[in-house]
Design a protein around this ligand. Structure first.
Ligand code: URA
Length: 210
């Protein structure tokens, strides 16, 4: 991908995001919309995947037909909200390998601390798509990408629903080689790290925990 930041302005993406932002949208509807929007975002984030061809036989004749090149993609969910995006992306790319990164914020240092890390093998040979709906401060996203690079990943892209200018700048500074694909660039962070206007706590909204 050439651009560091891609905002997916497709009308269906924007329409669904509006519905997701609304306070009154129920957990069930939020989840359904998340699944749908994830598939549309997956379409965009994979737009430039390398292709090759292979010989196939149609019922009528042989042909050289396009097919994805290289090893299976690795999708990496940044827990826990990443799992909501992961489901829809996996529906579109069912043979992708899947990893998980768990991070929590240390209340004293305010720095992300790893509590879980399990990723597919041969990460260095795969395109990696890290998924997390909200790119807010960028702290956990940067830490997750640090861990993925530490595990060998070279070709990483980051997929989210909503990003802040602060989060994008933090990612660009730490990982200029990691393109970001988002449905929206929102206005800013509030003083407790929530995105404005945003959609609230993505994990709570998708899992109904509040
Ligand atoms: N995480 C969320 O779930 N929502 C925000 O607004 C910011 C971070």
């Amino acid at each position: 991908m050439k651009e560091h930041l891609t905002i997916v302005n497709h009308p269906l993406v924007q329409h669904k995001l509006t519905l997701m932002r609304e306070r009154k949208t129920s957990t069930a509807v939020f989840r359904q919309l998340l699944r749908e929007i994830s598939m549309l975002l997956a379409y965009e984030v994979t737009r430039d995947l390398a292709m090759t061809t292979r010989s196939i036989e149609t019922p009528l004749q042989e042909m050289e037909s396009p097919t994805l090149q290289g090893k299976k993609l690795a999708l990496v969910s940044i827990l826990r909200a990443g799992n909501g995006l992961l489901d829809g992306v996996l529906e579109l790319i069912p043979s992708a390998r899947v990893g998980f990164v768990g991070l929590y914020r240390d209340e004293e240092t305010l720095q992300p601390v790893q509590y879980y890390f399990k990723v597919p093998t041969e990460l260095q040979d795969r395109k990696v798509i890290a998924v997390d709906p909200m790119l807010a401060t960028g702290n956990s996203s940067v830490a997750a990408i640090d861990l993925l690079k530490g595990a060998g990943a070279i070709d990483i892209r980051f997929l989210c629903l909503s990003a802040t200018p602060e989060g994008v700048a933090r990612m660009k500074e730490a990982h200029p080689d990691v393109p970001i694909v988002t449905a929206s660039l929102d206005e800013k962070l509030n003083n407790i790290g929530y995105i404005l206007p945003g959609l609230g706590d993505a994990g709570d909204r998708m899992f109904g925990t509040k």
